[in-house]
Structures are given as C-alpha cells and as structure tokens.
Design a binder for this molecule. Structure first.
Ligand code: ARG
Length: 566
C-alpha cells in the first residue's frame, strides 16, 4: 500500500525546506477525531526555526501547498494544518489490496528479514505447569506469528526446565513413596503428589534434602541410573504437556531445555574466568554487578544454576541462529534474573547483549470457586480449557442448536476465548479470570470477534455471490461515514502489526480486532447489504469480504481460530 503519510511528508517538505522530511513525517499526527482530518501537522515545533508564531507558519504553509492530488481538503485551524485524504482513492487502495492479498493480507511470509528466537512456555518438568506458563505459551506463540508476519524467520524455543535440584528431590521421593506402576498409571499427577510430599517430609527431616542434593550431583556426574530415571520423568511430563500444546495448537522449533546445556557450561564458566569476571564468595562462584545482587554461577558444591544455563543458552543461540533478537517471555517475577544475566553477557563483551529482550507479563488470578482445587498442575490447565469448551458448547446448544460441527466450533471458541482474555490488556497487567467476562459474546472478547467474523461469512453465503465475483468494485458507492471508517480501520492492520512488534504487545492486535468488529457491526447495522442494486451490493460485499480477511488474519496472529459459522 502507498504510504500516504510518507508521500504527504515529502510534499510538505518541498514547501518547508528548512525542516527535514523525517521530522515532518514524525510530526504528522493521526487525529483520533476524524472530523479533524486524516493527518494533522502541528506547527509549534517549527516556531524556533522560522522565528514566527506557529499560527502564522501553519497559515503560510497551507496557502503555499494549495492542492495535493490525493488530498481532498487542506484546512488550517490555529497552529494546525489538517489534511483530509481523498475518500474514494483511499477506499480503492485499501480494499483492492485486501482483496488481492486475501488470506495473506498483512502477512509477509517471506522469512527474509533475519532470525528472531522466541523462548516461551518453558515449563518445568516435575514442577507445576501453572497458569503463568499458559500465559507465556499464548503470548510467545502470538509474538512468533507477529514477527513472522513482518517477514522475520522465527525460531520458537521451549526452554524446558528439565535440569536442577528438583530432580534430585523427585528421585528420592520416587524411591521412597511411589512405584513404576503408579507413575505409569497416573503420570504427572503422581510426580506432583510425591514432589509435594517430599517437601512436607523434608520440613521434618532435613536429611532428605541432603540426599536429594546427592542425587542431583550424581546426575551432573552422568550417573546412569539417576539419568535413566530423569529421562523417564521427562518423557512422562512431555507427553502431558503435548496434550495442552495440541489443544492450543502451539508448536515449537526446538525443545532444547536446560539439560541441553550440561556439556556446554564448562566452556562458558572457563570463559567467564578467563575474562576475569568471576569471584569466589563463600565457596560459590559469583559475578558482581553494579546496582544489582551478584549473579550466581556455581554453588559451593560446584553445581550450576538457572543463570549459568541461561548464559550458556544465549551464547549457543547466538552462535546457532545469529539472531536479530532473542525474546524471553516470562512472568515479571523473573525481571531480576534476566537483568542479571543480560548484564553478564554484556560484560563478556558481546554486542548482541542489547538484542536480548525480556518480555514480562503480570499474574493471572482465578475468581474464587471458579475452578476446582487441583490448582497448580497440568490437569488444572486442561481443566480450564475443557471447561471453556463445555461452557461454550452449552451456549451454542442454546443459541444455535442446528449448527454443524458443534464440537469443533465449541473448541475453537472456548479455547479462543481463554487465549484472547490473556492478551486483551497490556500484558504487564495482572488479570482476574472470570468466566462471565471471558465467554461474553457481546463484550470485548474473543467470542465477540469470532462471532462478528462468522456473521460476515454468513452475509457472503446468503448473497450467493462467489468470492471471485467480488471485484471491479465502484467504491464511490461506499463513501458514507461508517463505510469509510470501516475501510480506514481495515487499512490500519499493517501499522498495528508493526506497533505490536515494537512494543512486544499482542494486545495491540486484540484491541485492533475488537475495533474492526465494532465498526463492522455499525456498518452492518447502517447499510443493508443484500440490496437489489447489483453494483451497490457488490461494493458492500467487498467491504464484508475485506473485513473477513482482516479479522481472520488478526485472530491468526493471536493464535485463535476463526470458524465460519457459530
Ligand atoms: N522454566 C522457567 C520457569 O518456569 C521459565 C524459563 C524461561 N526461559 C529462560 N530461558 N529462562 O520459571
């Protein structure tokens, strides 16, 4: 699409040569009130350069420009110059682009812009996969799609927490309180039961902790029997995680978790020593940092830590992928950890340290009584998703019992609702989960957006016009206010994607999708679509079709499906 703002800046620049085009471009605003034009140039900033009042500058520039071919009207109000873009030209440009690109509208799938590593989900084996991990999973998945839409090649990494002292504990607990048969039968639930039990017992008997440390040490020294058990626990957990990933339709390009770096840490520790960054403090190896607590590299007994593995992983990823950015999606409680290890990478002298990005998010709390008490484990997550599907199915049974494919639609809407809720607000905010809010078909929710999409699809179906026939449209017929605001909203998709990527905020897309749905519903209310005037019908159908592609692609970027009927 022609970047109108850019063209406008170029033209204005011809009349105010004292100011750089870039500055004009950056000064051009998009008024939130459309009666004040599509673009507005405030002239306050130029007063210094011209030694004139901003009002006078605005007036003089307005007169000097006179006329621009794609601008309908130029108006000077006080220190502002307002530009009204030619509606028909704008409508034609936007709608033609959407109808040409179709399911690719807004999505540059070239993978030509460099590599971006995204580390998300990353649950801990044998520890609970909690709602925070669900949030990391859906936010990371969305960022993956957003950066991919901008032409990057993304590498999704599930940095599994599959190494650490918790495995020593688990081995001890397994030997004491469980059996092969029980673990095979009950899976993660059993691992979790004995892990919790271990903690209770260790409170009374500290020898258990020593034993656990010994087992972990054995693992670090490649003791076969210990590693055998570790591998088995990992397989069991992974199988269950996969079920949740399947439900969410989330995929990873790599499952290289913490254990993957075991044989790679020694070189990194050596490098840290060689660069004289480390120091021994009470037997532990640490790196002192300014304005932050030191970063722990090895414990007294020589065992490594979470940070040691992250430093190693970052370097491995840079060597392997030469990433433009490496993004970590976790709860904000880990802010310090990331700040520390990013600093260590910087101290190692790696310029790419500045391309390590932590994307923190807030907590999710459950409304009381909403869900059963098995809080904190993988079953609990499946329970939320299953519950969402069940509740959606009940709504469908009530509203549209004849719907074909009810189960599939209930799954797409129920799960979509939970995902959408996770990303509707700035992700740093805490969210209070409430079924009424999440599944409300009229609120600013996933189901509302999906429902609007389905409604648009149904208009196309009822028209009996084939999609291929929606072309050569006369857009001068759809220049009423609501049609134009729908078209303009559709036209903002690309800039919204860029904005979401710059801010690492899938919520930009979620809010945008609600915006499209809202204007579409207004358009639909104000304009009968299936009218007898064929030309008018076709041009309105073009807007409906463009809305379908836009909403569908926006939902896709959030990792949400768009059923055609619901
Ligand atoms: N496993 C960690 C947790 O559950 C999250 C890992 C995030 N990724 C990383 N490279 N540290 O808290």
């Amino acid at each position: 699409m022609q970047d109108l703002k850019k063209s406008l800046a170029t033209i204005i620049d011809q009349y105010v040569s004292d100011i750089e085009e870039k500055e004009i471009y950056e000064s051009l605003e998009t008024p939130s009130n459309p009666t004040m034009g599509d673009y507005a140039l405030p002239c306050f900033k130029f007063a210094k350069t011209f030694r004139k009042s901003p009002q006078l500058i605005a007036e003089e520039i307005t007169t000097a420009i006179g006329k621009i071919d794609f601008i309908e009207k130029i108006e000077n109000v006080g220190a502002y110059i307002n530009f009204y873009v030619d509606k028909i030209m704008l409508a034609t440009q936007i709608i033609e682009e959407v109808l040409t690109k179709k399911e690719n509208y807004g999505l540059d799938n070239s993978k030509s812009k460099g590599n971006i590593v995204i580390d998300y989900s990353s649950p801990n084996i044998a520890k609970p996969f909690h709602v925070g991990h669900l949030r990391s999973t859906v936010i990371g998945n969305s960022l993956y799609k957003i950066f991919e839409a901008l032409g990057y090649n993304c590498i999704g990494v599930n940095h599994l927490g599959d190494w650490g002292t918790q495995f020593g504990k688990l081995i001890v607990a397994y030997k004491k309180y469980s059996s092969k048969q029980e673990v095979e039968e009950k899976g993660i639930a059993e691992l979790l039961r004995i892990y919790v039990l271990f903690h209770q017992e260790a409170e009374k008997d500290s020898k258990l902790d020593d034993l656990a440390r010994e087992y972990f040490k054995k693992m670090e020294q490649s003791d076969e029997a210990a590693l055998e058990l570790w591998k088995w626990f990992k397989e069991i957990s992974l199988k269950e995680f996969e079920r949740v990933y399947d439900m969410l339709d989330v995929k990873f390009d790599s499952f290289n978790g913490e254990a993957f770096y075991n044989d790679k840490m020694r070189d990194i520790i050596q490098e840290l020593d060689d660069k004289e960054l480390t120091k021994i403090s009470e037997g532990a190896k640490i790196i002192e940092l300014e304005n932050m607590p030191p970063c722990l590299i090895t414990k007294k007994d020589g065992s490594t830590l979470y940070a040691t593995r992250d430093i190693t992983a970052a370097k491995y990823r840079y060597t392997t992928y030469k990433f433009d950015k490496c993004i970590y999606v976790t709860a904000l409680q880990q802010n310090l950890h990331f700040a520390q290890f990013f600093k260590v990478i910087e101290k190692m002298g790696y310029s790419w340290a500045k391309n390590l990005i932590h994307v923190p998010f807030g907590m999710v709390s459950m409304e009381t009584g909403a869900l059963s008490t098995r809080a904190g484990n993988i079953l609990f997550l499946e329970e939320i998703l299953e519950e969402a599907i069940k509740k959606t199915k009940a709504i469908i049974e009530e509203k549209n019992p004849a719907l074909p494919n009810k189960d599939e639609v209930a799954k797409q809407v129920g799960i979509g609702a939970v995902i959408f809720d996770d990303m509707y607000n700035n992700i740093i905010k805490d969210i209070q989960f409430s079924w009424d809010k999440v599944l409300n078909f009229d609120g600013e929710t996933g189901p509302y957006v999906q429902y609007t999409h389905a409604r648009a699809c149904s208009v196309i179906r009822k028209s009996n016009v084939k999609i291929e026939e929606i072309k050569d449209i006369d857009l001068s017929l759809v220049c009423d206010e609501t049609s134009i605001s729908l078209i303009k909203q559709i036209g903002k998709f690309e800039e919204t994607i860029k904005d979401a990527a710059t801010k690492y905020e899938p919520s930009c897309i979620a809010r945008y999708a609600v915006g499209v749905a809202q204007v579409f519903n207004k358009f639909y209310h104000d304009n009968p679509i299936l009218v007898s005037d064929e030309k008018l019908k076709l041009s309105r159908l073009a807007l409906v079709l463009a809305t379908i592609y836009t909403i569908r692609n926006a939902l896709y970027l959030l990792g949400i499906k768009a059923p055609e009927q619901m």
